[in-house]
Design a protein around this ligand. Structure first.
Ligand code: UDP
Length: 236
C-alpha cells in the first residue's frame, strides 16, 4: 500500500527513552520504539529522527541552578548524541542500517551533518538520526526536528509523545480535557497549546510541513500515521 507520507522526520523526546525510570535508559522501551521504526522502514518509508536529551540533561533546568546557559545547552546537545548512539545500537540490532549525523563535529563518533549526504542515506534506506540539536544554544530539539525535516523535504513531522494527541488542557491533570483530531498551526499558537515551542511551530507553518502528534506507546501507530489513518492529532 502506498504511503501518504513516504519521508518522515520522527521526533522522540529524551524522556521517552527512560521509560518509567525518568532518567537514563530503559532498553525494553527503546526496543519497542525501534521495532516501530523498523516496521515503517519495511513499508518503504524513509526515516530521519531527532531524539531529545531530557533523560540526561536539560539546559534550561541546570542553568536555573546557576550554571551559564550556553554551557548548559551544550551539555544538553551532548546528551542528544548519547541518546542517538543508544538508539542507533538498538536499531541496528533490529536489523536497520542507521547513521548518526551530528550538528557539532565529533567525527570519531559520528558523521558531521551534511544535508546532501543525509538525503543520500535516506534514499539508500538507512535511518538517519540527527544529533546535537541545531548545534546552537537557546534552541530546542523540537526546533532541530522541524529544521531537519524541512531540509530533508520530509512529508510530515511525527512528534512521538506519551499522550495520544493535542488536548485543550493537560489530560493528565484535567479529566474534562478534550482532544483535537485536527487543528491549525495558528490555533495552536493563539490557544497557547503546548505542542512544540513557538520557533518550531512557526517553522512548520511557514514551510507548510504537517505535524502529527501521537502516543508512541501504542503499537503500530507510526505505521498507521504514515498510511494516512486518523491517529493522534494532525496539525497543519
Ligand atoms: N539544545 C540546544 N540547542 C538545540 C537543541 C537542544 O541548546 O538546538 C539543548 C537544550 O539545553 C535542551 C537540551 O539540549 O534543553 C535537550 O533537548 P530538549 O530539552 O529539547 O530535549 P527533550 O525535551 O525533547 O528530551
Amino acid at each position: 500500500m502506498a504511503l501518504k507520507y513516504p519521508r518522515v522526520l520522527l521526533k522522540l523526546s529524551g524522556e521517552a527513552l527512560a521509560g518509567d525510570k525518568g532518567f537514563g535508559f530503559d532498553f525494553d522501551t527503546i526496543r519497542e520504539f525501534a521495532r516501530q521504526v523498523k516496521a515503517i522502514s519495511e513499508m518503504g518509508a524513509q526515516i530521519g529522527m531527532v531524539i531529545g536529551g531530557g533523560n540526561i540533561v536539560r539546559g534550561s533546568q541546570i542553568s536555573k541552578m546557576g550554571m551559564d546557559r550556553v554551557s548548559a545547552d551544550y551539555m544538553g546537545m551532548l546528551g542528544t548524541v548519547i541518546n542517538a548512539l543508544a538508539f542507533q545500537d538498538v536499531l541496528e540490532r533490529e536489523g536497520l542500517d542507521t547513521r548518526v549525523m551530528t550538528a557539532i563535529r565529533m567525527e570519531e563518533i559520528a558523521e558531521p551533518y551534511i544535508r546532501r549526504r543525509a538525503i543520500r542515506h535516506l534514499e539508500k534506506g538507512r535511518a538517519v538520526i540527527f544529533a546535537a540539536g541545531t548545534g546552537n544554544p537557546y534552541f530546542s530539539t523540537d526546533t532541530a526536528a522541524v529544521l531537519r525535516g524541512i531540509q530533508m523535504k520530509a512529508d510530515v513531522i511525527i512528534k512521538a509523545t506519551s499522550v495520544d494527541g493535542v488536548y485543550n488542557a493537560d489530560p493528565k491533570k484535567d479529566s474534562s480535557a478534550q482532544k483535537f483530531d485536527a487543528i491549525s498551526f495558528s490555533d495552536v499558537v493563539s490557544k497557547e497549546l503546548k505542542v512544540m515551542d513557538h520557533t518550531a511551530i512557526t517553522l512548520c507553518k511557514e514551510n507548510a510541513l504537517p505535524l502529527i502528534v501521537l502516543n508512541i506507546h501504542t503499537k503500530g501507530i507510526v505505521a498507521a500515521a504514515l498510511r494516512g489513518e486518523p491517529v493522534g492529532t494532525l496539525v497543519s
